[in-house]
Design a protein around this ligand. Structure first.
Ligand SMILES: NC(=O)CC[C@H](N)C(=O)O
Length: 442
């Protein structure tokens, strides 16, 4: 009897599980048609899910296998039509996006408060989902945020095209628009002509975990939540500043400076790079930057940033360390999470006082730079995402290394009688309720 009950319980579990993986195949026959047009002339027809709304954007692909929720809320995907190479997307649904705002967390579970990408392209969207933390389906989440999706298209064919011809402007046409002719080449909207960082950055400064023992200022180019969380969980007080805030005005009140990730072309961030050049010349406390932050450090150091063919997006990018620093050992390969279209140019010689830190094992692009040991400075920039979310945690200890340097420098100054000045008047973070509906990028 007991084994019979167990058997039926297991069968119920199995059938629930498999329901979770049931895909769009049947019910999407009723979904409106959708077409993905590329500026280069190719079109892919499928069915729509999410918001019934047509959009323009820059079509990019990601090789990530999981974490569609983290990728879609990463502000660096702003303005982009995100193609997932993993065929089945949506099977674990979407969690409630709210967390405490204290010394352990930053107010959201995902990477920001809303979906940031312009649209998603999947081979096979799962309408039903199964996960203990899921509260809604991928389709309903997209609908709530005004973000359209297309399913039932050959994402292998699209990815092969994008890999060969490079990231391409696109149009996702939904419903009645799907039967219209493709836009003319000049009608495609190019998000990189806009300063997307100015849209993604905080408008007002705010402080998280104000009682932290070490005070870090963050220049926010469109920061992922797990970057801020990785600093806060390691005990730092984190003051988040708008991307073009002149940190030099308040730098004596901080023990370290961090530059975040962010969307679009780094050449739109010259104002920040020029402020930083002054900081690096006059202030000797530790500085760390990730992705856009790394590119801004490179530009301030005198390197150029260029646009790659299709960039690197995924959670399986191998990088080789060329120098040792903190937890990073020269000669080791680390697997990293990445999302970028631009990179710093490798030049020989490197600017005085700087050296390459990491190199990409697939395409030899610059994955990190650092100040040289004899420069007397402590500055690091990495093109990849040590904070993961999603992806591997191989390089997560770089946050511990950075804060250890900030604390050591603070102690050294204290021994010489120099104290970090008391805080400028910046409000603590107040949790804002998740917006019901936010207009998506046009
Ligand atoms: N994740 C990022 O910060 C990306 C930086 C920049 N927008 C790029 O695409 O290269």
């Amino acid at each position: 009897m007991q084994s019979c009950n167990m058997l039926s319980r297991n069968l119920i579990r199995i059938s629930r599980f498999s329901r979770g993986f049931a895909t769009h195949a049947n019910s999407s026959l009723n979904a409106p048609p959708a077409v993905l047009h590329l500026k280069t002339g190719q079109s892919f027809s499928g069915r729509s899910f999410g918001a019934p709304k047509s959009i323009f954007g820059e079509t990019v692909f990601s090789t990530s296998i999981t974490s569609y929720t983290e990728s879609m809320t990463d502000p660096s995907y702003r303005g982009q039509i995100l193609v997932f190479t993993t065929p089945l997307i949506g099977n674990y649904g979407v969690p409630k996006n709210a967390a405490p705002c204290d010394n352990k967390d930053v107010g959201v579970v995902l990477e920001s408060e809303r979906i940031q990408c312009a649209a998603v392209v999947v081979a096979d969207v799962a309408e039903r989902f199964s996960h203990y933390s899921a509260v809604e389906s991928l389709a309903s989440w997209c609908q709530r945020y005004g973000v359209p999706g297309i399913t039932g298209v050959d994402t292998r064919a699209i990815t092969t095209l994008l890999r060969d011809q490079g990231t391409t402007l696109g149009r996702l046409a939904i419903g009645g628009d799907a039967s219209q002719a493709a836009p003319k080449p000049e009608e495609y909207w190019d998000p990189t002509t806009e300063n997307l960082v100015a849209q993604a950055s905080t408008k007002e400064p705010y402080t998280l975990n104000p009682t932290g023992d070490v005070k870090i200022a963050v220049l926010d180019f469109g920061a992922k939540a797990n970057i801020l969380r990785s600093l806060v969980r390691r005990g730092a007080s984190v003051t988040v500043l708008p991307w073009n805030f002149d940190f030099n005005q308040i730098r004596d009140s901080y023990d370290g400076l961090f530059l975040s990730n962010g969307p679009g072309d780094p050449n739109h961030c010259m104002e920040a790079a020029m402020h930083l050049r002054k900081t690096l010349a006059e202030w000797d406390k530790p500085v760390f930057g990730i992705c856009m932050g790394h590119q801004v450090i490179g530009i301030a150091a005198g390197l150029d940033a260029y646009r790659m063919t299709f960039g690197n997006r995924g959670h399986n990018q191998p990088v080789l360390a060329l120098a040792s620093s903190g937890s990073i050992k020269a000669g080791r390969v680390y697997v990293t999470s990445q999302n970028h279209q631009y990179a710093l140019k490798l030049q020989d010689p490197f600017p005085a006082g700087w050296e390459p830190f990491f190199i990409n094992c697939n395409d030899s692009s610059v994955e990190g730079i650092k100040s040289t040991t004899d420069s007397g400075r402590k500055v690091w920039g990495v093109q990849f995402h040590p904070e993961s979310a999603g992806g591997p945690l191989d390089t997560i200890e770089m946050f511990t290394d950075f804060l250890a340097e900030c604390r050591a420098h603070k102690l050294e100054l204290a021994a010489r009688g120099i104290k970090t000045q008391s805080s400028v008047d910046i409000p603590e973070r107040v949790i804002v309720p998740e917006p019901k509906r936010v207009a998506a990028t046009a």
